[in-house]
Design a protein around this ligand. Structure first.
Ligand code: PEP
Length: 248
């Protein structure tokens, strides 16, 4: 039985004051978390310390990015150990916005995942096809290629990573993959994980992301290979993220 992971990606939103108000509202709305799921939020770097310092509830903390070196002359970057130091347990890696806007490659993402794992962080490695790739029938090949490339050299660490399948056309658009289409891709991803790492594939959590909302979360979470959600827009409103975390 895989523990589902519900993660809120706050992206580049919320000042420190706004972030504190949101985490306080979430702690109030989710005082306890059922044992079958884990809930985390991923604020901006500038708000991490303030969010981590709030009276602790059951909600964990992750970061949205990391650099694959422990220290050094990397102006503007953040090391894995700095994230654990501030209280993070997870880090999102290779989000489609980082791939598209900042040119992150599978190889760089694999380096980041390795560095995160070495520091004791759980990497949430994002994969997903564009609209054009889906319409040309290449969605599965693209996604499985990203899975293999982003896990290069990590076949013995599979059990410690999380994969987030996020079709790019569904992120922030209000469009969602149907639960059946998402399940088909998740099963294909698990097949690829099995090819890479054998039986460990069965313990890897594969989140779905892309316009997850209170009104579609229950059906998505009921699919056998969907092990949680990576939530953007709906994670910025306490009431909707709490409802998503309380999926039935
Ligand atoms: C995301 O940021 O990873 C995401 C899935 O965003 P949204 O839920 O807004 O589509």
């Amino acid at each position: 039985m895989r523990t589902k992971l519900i993660a809120g990606n706050w992206k580049m939103h919320k000042t420190i004051g706004e972030a504190v108000a949101l985490i306080d509202a979430l702690h109030a709305a989710l005082p306890t978390i059922p044992a079958d799921r884990q809930v985390i939020v991923c604020p901006t770097f500038t708000a991490l310390a303030a969010v981590a310092a709030r009276p602790h509830g059951a909600i964990g903390i992750g970061a949205q990015n990391v650099y694959p070196e422990s220290h050094g002359a990397y102006t503007g970057e953040i090391a894995p150990g700095m994230l654990t130091d501030i209280g993070c347990s997870h880090v999102i890696i290779g989000h489609s916005e980082r791939r598209a806007i900042f040119g992150e490659t599978d190889a760089f993402i694999a380096q980041k995942a390795a560095a995160a794992l070495a520091a004791g962080l759980t990497p949430i490695i994002c994969v997903g096809e564009t609209k054009q790739e889906r319409e040309s029938g290449r969605a599965e090949a693209v996604v499985l290629g990203q899975v293999a490339g982003s896990l290069a050299g990590l076949s013995d660490r599979l059990a410690d990573v999380v994969i987030a399948y996020e079709p790019v056309w569904a992120i922030g658009t209000g469009l969602t993959a149907t639960a059946a289409d998402a399940q088909t891709m998740h099963a294909a991803i698990r097949g690829e994980l099995r090819r890479i790492g054998g039986a460990a594939a069965d313990v890897v959590r594969i989140q779905y992301g892309g316009s997850v909302k209170p009104d579609n979360v229950d059906e998505l979470m009921a699919q056998p290979d969907i092990d949680g959600a990576l939530v953007g827009g709906a994670a910025l409103v306490a009431e909707s993220f709490a409802r998503i975390a309380n999926y039935k």
